[in-house]
Write a protein that binds this ligand. Sequence first.
Ligand SMILES: Cc1ncc(COP(=O)(O)O)c(C=O)c1O
Length: 379
Amino acid sequence: MRMSIQKRLEKELTRLSQQNAYRKLPRPTEGLDFCSNDYLGLAKNKSLQTIIQKEFSSQNLSHNGATGSRLLSGNNEYYEATECCMANYFEDESALLLNSGYMANIALLSSVPNRRDTIIYDQACHASIKDGIRLSQARHTPFKHNDLNDLHRKLKQASGNIFIMVESIYSMLGDCCPLAEIVSLAQQFDAEIILDEAHSTGIYGQHGQGLAHSMELHDHIFARIFTFGKAIGSHGAAILGSNQLIKYLINKARPFIYTTALPLHSVVSIRCGLNFISEHPSLLNQLWKNMEIFNKNKPNTLNIGNSARSPIQSITIPTNESVQMASQEINNLGYQVLPIRSPTVPKGQECIRICLHADHTKQQLIGLLEALQKVTASI
Ligand SMILES: Cc1ncc(COP(=O)(O)O)c(C=O)c1O
């Protein structure tokens, strides 16, 4: 007999609860922020807020919202000028603004590779990448996380145009991709690299132009995705690539074509945020100093991944129940951290995801490490 839809939803929600995987919207909690992606503190930076407001008022706006898709009523000279600034900033031919990193990955992956092509992606890639691949007609295959031998094996089996999809810094594990080696494999197999720079935007490179730029490898990357809701403290994303790629996306990428453009306020915030980072190099220096302090002082007993050069530090605590309990106890000690449960990460890799910020003090970092040590020892 057919189950009513309400019953079916209830049954699934009960199953999630039983597996400690039920999601509910959290209330803001007290304590030091070690969980948000606001790595440079720009989302709450008062001077930047004032700069954004001034810039926004100077634009003489007649609308609050964009009023339509960029291809209809939603375009504005300011968007195009910002995209030119981004192309200069990230050193690429062209840029295209998208409403979020999620949309950017879906836009690119669903429209560029065709059914004769192959996408080879790191198995630890973000959900938006996996969803974009699902919408693509291309053949696709994962390779083991950061495993160059497995990538090599998959490249040998691939056909058509080949795309290698990787992230600069993996959002849950906090480790970097071995970009130089991936570039050399891509050259060997004539493959194109798509690099999601979500967690390296604003962090790697002299002015935060990302991992590829910091290694002077950006010319070898087919497309880079930068997101502005993390270190830039705003919202939205951009795809950087050739003039041809950007014109193609404007014509073919459904998440660009069939949606209302970002409100101008967001575009102003992104542009001011990027300028702010260039003009305040001390922010980046301070974040890198904090990564060093954290890594120098972390005890061996903590099961932390290979994330010495990353603002994301991931401490594995297997099982949803244990990771939830541990994070609650750390919160009780005054540090806001979040448990990452399965199925967001594979079973057995449940973790506490810690985000280091530029404005954390040494004392706060050491305090967190002590709290982590105390709580994990008792589990
Ligand atoms: C690697 C990666 N790519 C893309 C996204 C999506 O970016 P946005 O939050 O701008 O949609 C995220 C967000 O968490 C991410 O971690």
